[in-house]
Design a protein around this ligand. Sequence first.
Ligand code: UPG
Length: 471
Amino acid sequence: MDASSSDSKYHVVLFPFMSKGHTIPLLHLARLLLRRPNFIVTVFTTSGNHSFIANSLSDTTAFIIDLPFPQNVPQIPAGVESTDKLPSMSLFGPFALSTKLMQPDFEKAIETLPRVNFMVSDGFLWWTLDSAIKFGFPRLVSFGMSIYSSCLCKAVVEHRLLFGPESDDELITLPQFPWIKVTRNDFDSTFRDPEPSGPHFEFIIATITAAGNSYGTIINSFYELEATFADYWNKENGNTAWFVGPLCLADAPRVEHEPSKKPTWIKWLDQKLEQGRSVLYVAFGSQVDISPQQLKEIAIGLKKSKVNFLWVMKAKDPEFGDESELEESIGDGGIIVREWVDQREILTHQSVNGFLSHCGWNSVLESICAGVPILAWPMTADQPLNARMVVEEIKVGLRVETCNGSVGGFVRWEGLKKMVKELMEGETGKVVRKNAEEYGEIAKKAMEEGSGSSRRNLDELVDALCNPRNP
Ligand SMILES: O=c1ccn([C@@H]2O[C@H](COP(=O)(O)OP(=O)(O)O[C@H]3O[C@H](CO)[C@@H](O)[C@H](O)[C@H]3O)[C@@H](O)[C@H]2O)c(=O)[nH]1
C-alpha cells in the first residue's frame, strides 16, 4: 500500500479470528466502512484464509495482508489455519492460544502501513490490544455474540449462580432478569468450574480483560432486538457496546443467477416453489462436530416428517455408511449438499419456511432477517443461550427435545419429526413465523442508511474515532 497517497484518508484495520462465523461479520463491516468517502480498510488474515476473504471482498478496494500462521503448534495439524478445518473442536484451545505467536509479524506489518485510525479485532485475538496500545490507536473488540448472551454470562459469574446445589439441568433464576431461567448446561465448562485454572481459563481471562480495556465492543445485532439487555450492558459495563447489525444486511441482495449458473440446490428450491411446497433448511454452521449416529437419526427424522428439506453438511461431517442409499431413501423429499453454500441466498428463497439450526449467532440473525422461524438445536458455545433467546425471549423459534432433556443430548428421530412438523405446519409454528417476519422488518429498518438505528450507531462511532479532535 502506498502510504503517501493515503495520508488524507481514514484507515481502519480489521483482524477477524480464523473461524468462518467470526470472519464473515467483519467482512460485512469492511463493506460498510468502504462505502464512506476517504476510507481505506486493511484486513489481516493468514495465507490459508486468504482466498475466502479475497473472494468475499473481490468487488471492494479492501487490502488484505497475510501473516504466517504459527508452525509446529502441538496438536494442530500442519496446514490447519481455520477452526472449521480442525479435526475436532476439542483443539480450539491450543488453536486460539497459538495466535499470539503472530504478534511480532502483525506489528512488523503495522509499521509499514499508513496511520491507523482504529482497529476492530476479534475478542479471541486478545493480544492485538497490546499492539494497538503500542502503536497508539484504539481497538474495538468483536465477539460475534448477542448482548443477551453476554448479559447472561455476566449475571451468572457475578452472582456465582452456577455453583449452587442444583443439578446441571435444573432451572436457575437470574436475579437481574427474573423472567429468565437458565441451567448450568447452558454455559461453557469454564463457567461451571468453581476453581477454574489451566490454559483455557487463562485464555478466557485474557480475552475478557483485553475486551474490558478496549475502546468499546462492536455488536452484530440491532438495538430493537435486545433493547433491555443493550441498556443493561451499557449501564453496567465499563466499555460501550455499539449495535451495528445485522451486518449480513450490509450486502445488497444477491443478483439473480443466470439459469445455467444456478447452483443445483437453488434450482431444486425453485422447483419446490413452483410446486407450492415449503422447504425446511437444515444446517449446523461451519464447525460443530456431529456424531455419525446423530446424523443418521436426523436423516430418519427428516424423512419421516415428510417435509421437503435442504440439508447442508460440512465437508468434515462423517459420510453415511452408504450415502447413495440414504439419498435414495430420502427420495424427492429432500436433498443433501456437501459444499459451501450461500446460506443467505437459501434463507431468502421464497420456498424456505423453516430453519433447523444449531443457533450460531450468524445463523440466528440471517434467519430473522429472512423472516424464517428457527427450530433450535443448540450444541455448544453461545448456542444454548442463543436458543433460549430465540425460543423464550423473542419467540422466533421452537426447540428440539433431546432424549435426556440436556443440552447436547441425543435427539431421537421421533422427537425431531414431531418438532419439524410443528414448526412447518403447527399452530405454534405459525406464531413464531409471524414473529420472525416482524423482527425481519425491524432488522431491515435498523440497517437503513441515515435513519436506521444501527447505521446511526456506526456513524457516531466512526465519527468519534476519526474526528481530528479525537485522533
Ligand atoms: O455452507 C455454508 C456454511 C456456513 N455459512 C455461513 O457461515 C456462518 C456460520 O456462522 P454461525 O451460524 O454463527 O455458526 P458457526 O460457524 O458455528 O459460528 C461460531 O461463531 C458464532 C459467532 O460467534 C457463534 O455464535 C457460534 O456458536 C460458533 O460456533 C453463517 O454466516 C453462514 O451463513 C455459509 O454461508 N455457507
